[in-house]
Each structure stands twice: as C-alpha cells, then as structure tokens.
Write a protein of this length. Sequence first.
Length: 131
Amino acid sequence: MLSKAIRMDEWIARQHTLLVVAQESQLQSDQHKVVENDADVTDYPINSYVLYTPPMDRGNKLLLRHRGPYQVRGRKQSVYFIEDLVLGKQIRTHVHNLRSFLFNHHRVNPQEVAQQNEQEFMVRDTLYLVS
C-alpha cells in the first residue's frame, strides 16, 4: 500500500510540474496576442474620415463591401460614433468595422465620394428643350 501512495505522489508532482509549465507558456502566448491585437493601436481621431463595413451580410453582391466615407464624431473606448455624410445619420459601431479613408485633401471632397457611393448625384443644370 505504501508503494502505491508513493507512486501517486510522484504522479501528482509530475502533473503539477506540467501544469506550471503549461500556464507559463499560455501566459507568454496570451501576452503576445494582446500586444499583437491591441484595440488601442487602431485609433481614428475625431473629425477624420473612415470607411464602414456593416456587420451584417451585404445582401446585394453589387454593393461595395466598405461604405462611406463617414466622419468620426466621437469615441468611447472601442466604440466609435460615425456620421453618414449623405444622410447626416449617426451610427454607433465597434472599431473592427472601420477602415481608414485615405485621400488627397486638395483634390478629393469626401462628401462627393460618399454621394457617389450611395448612387446619389447633384443636379447642376437643367436643360430645357424647345421644339
């Protein structure tokens, strides 16, 4: 009986050693992933322009995957408040649904890009036909 107790103690000691090693390895892996996937690394300043990817299915395969541009109006941790430039509607979304909208400030107007993406166009002139 004594030998079984000693063997059981050996197995428990080995199991404890394995658990300690596994915990240390998991902690190192988790810390690496936290640094790699840190939500604070992605930061969109207030009044900057972003593209928005709705979390639901597109429904129509002809629609663009990323919509916008939208203007960032506010932020609370990883939740952003963006404004639709065409409708003026505020949208609340998580940071992972956003992408940077990079453009030349001297040549591109984000309002016009947003209107074109929504298939809305401004009428500049009306032609009258006289017959």
